[in-house]
Design a protein around this ligand. Structure first.
Ligand code: NAD
Length: 429
């Protein structure tokens, strides 16, 4: 038996209160209405530009042929090349990929980077594949969608169950077909092959920056702020680490394996070391074990859901004590919970703003690859800071002007930018 190529996370235990993607399009509708978007443009923006379905046949290690299904959806490219991740998962569907591509369109527009939105996926179980099989799936899928890929047309990145190794194979396959090396065709690559310094930390860093801005907006400081973090992976652990460095007290943290609490502050670097060694938080001794749900409702100023979708529901929202929720994960709050949080006066930093640091530094990676000139980490972080701070204040201004919640304001800002580009370009017919 060969080793599994990528360890697949356990299935989520949360019962979905609603389909997060339908919820996202509902929010799109709401924002479009407030913007008085004309009916023609509304129809254009509610439909994906291009949906590709490819068959991905490979020979497995035992000699048998297996055929997988792959998707790539370009939702909107009016503002620039499409940008969006590729996931390998049994739950991938065309509908989900389309919605995620729409999500990317709004996120890139919100932080005003010159990209449209896309997403892709292969319906497969990478935990049941060897590394060689995973490579064959990646290369065959890449060749199936190769006409749409390219630094000027569609630029993938890692997503669920894909990583920098997979991006390296995509970059190589594309480059072999084009007979020259094209590093800018993917982002999230290893730094040694044109990846950007600071990309790994970018999403967590973005969360820290907008949380600091939100605290200032409420007249509070990050120094001494009490923070609870759900999820201790790439986003959650880095957000917690940077918040602690800035003076916050991390009072609760969870991952899939456990949830820990210490009102006097958990030692984040120590926990990161533990997880690097043991691959999970379970067994970490310097904190009191609490339930997973208690992390969300613990006494704190800031809650950072950075694990998965739909975790803040109508059931637990009434019990949340945080004044600020920074949505590190995509879609962690259901629409029903949104309403409850709004009534309670909780300051929500919506996902398309809170976790946009990742795609922003992906944009920097693409810029560096195209320019063939690489920035030091300090430059990456400074430019990320400037985009996140500007985007935060633009959302605040939109929310104040239209007297709407931050989430609606973010969608309004993003949709307005995409619509403006369509108006300027006109309709090609
Ligand atoms: P990751 O796989 O590195 O980490 C996920 C963490 O969440 C792990 O610690 C896991 O144990 C934990 N987790 C999973 N289910 C949980 C549960 N039920 N309760 C508590 N903890 C749980 O993933 P990541 O890259 O940190 O991404 C987290 C979220 O952020 C996802 O929604 C992802 O789409 C979103 N996001 C990530 C990036 C990025 O750059 N990594 C960018 C934008 C959005």
């Amino acid at each position: 038996m060969s080793e599994p190529a990528i360890i697949r996370p356990d299935k989520q235990t949360f019962l979905a209160e609603e389909n997060p993607f339908e919820a996202m399009m509902e929010r799109f509708d709401h924002a479009a209405k407030l913007l008085n978007l004309d009916p023609g443009l509304y129809k254009v923006l509610r439909n994906p530009e291009k949906q590709i379905i490819v068959s991905v046949p490979i020979v497995r290690d035992n000699g048998e042929v297996e055929v997988y299904t792959g998707y790539r959806v370009l939702y909107n490219t009016s503002r620039g090349p499409a940008k969006g991740g590729i996931r390998f998962d049994l739950n991938v569907t065309l509908e989900e990929v389309t919605a995620l591509a729409a999500w990317m369109t709004w996120k890139c527009a919100l932080v005003n980077i010159p990209f449209g939105g896309s997403k892709g996926g292969v319906v497969c179980d990478p935990s049941a594949m060897s590394m060689a099989e995973l490579e064959r799936v990646t290369r065959r899928y890449t060749s199936g969608i190769i006409e749409t890929l390219g630094p000027d047309s569609d630029v993938p990145a890692p997503d669920v169950n894909t990583n920098e190794r997979v991006m390296a194979w995509i970059m190589d396959t594309y480059s072999m077909h084009h007979r020259h090396t094209v590093t800018a065709v993917v982002t999230g690559k290893p730094v040694a092959m044109g990846g950007s310094l600071g990309r790994r930390e970018a999403t967590g860093r973005g969360c820290m920056i907008v949380t600091r801005e939100a605290l200032a907006q409420l007249g509070m400081s990050i120094v001494g702020a009490k923070v609870a973090v759900q999820g201790f992976g790439n986003v959650g652990s880095i957000a917690a680490e940077l918040m602690a460095q800035a003076g916050a007290t991390i009072v609760a943290v969870s991952d899939k394996s456990t949830a820990l609490h210490n009102p006097h502050g958990l030692d984040v670097p120590d926990m990161m070391r533990w997880v690097r060694e043991k691959r999970q938080l379970a067994g970490y001794p310097k904190g009191e074990t609490i339930t997973h749900d208690q992390v969300l409702t613990v006494d704190c100023d800031v809650l950072i859901p950075a694990a998965t979708e739909n975790v803040i529901s109508r059931k637990n929202a009434p019990h949340i004590k945080a004044k600020i929720i920074c949505e590190g994960a995509n879609g962690p709050t259901s629409a029903a919970a949104d309403k409850i949080l709004e009534d309670k006066g909780v300051f929500v930093i919506p996902d398309i703003l809170a976790n946009a640091g990742g795609v922003t530094v992906s944009y920097f990676e693409w810029v560096q690859d195209r320019g063939g000139y690489f920035w030091d980490e300090e430059t990456v972080n400074r430019r990320l800071e400037s985009i996140m701070v500007r985007s935060f204040s633009e959302v605040m201004a939109m929310a104040a002007r239209h007297k709407v919640a931050n989430r609606v304001a973010s969608y309004m800002l993003a949709i307005d930018r995409v619509a403006a580009m369509h108006r300027l370009r006109g309709m090609y017919a």
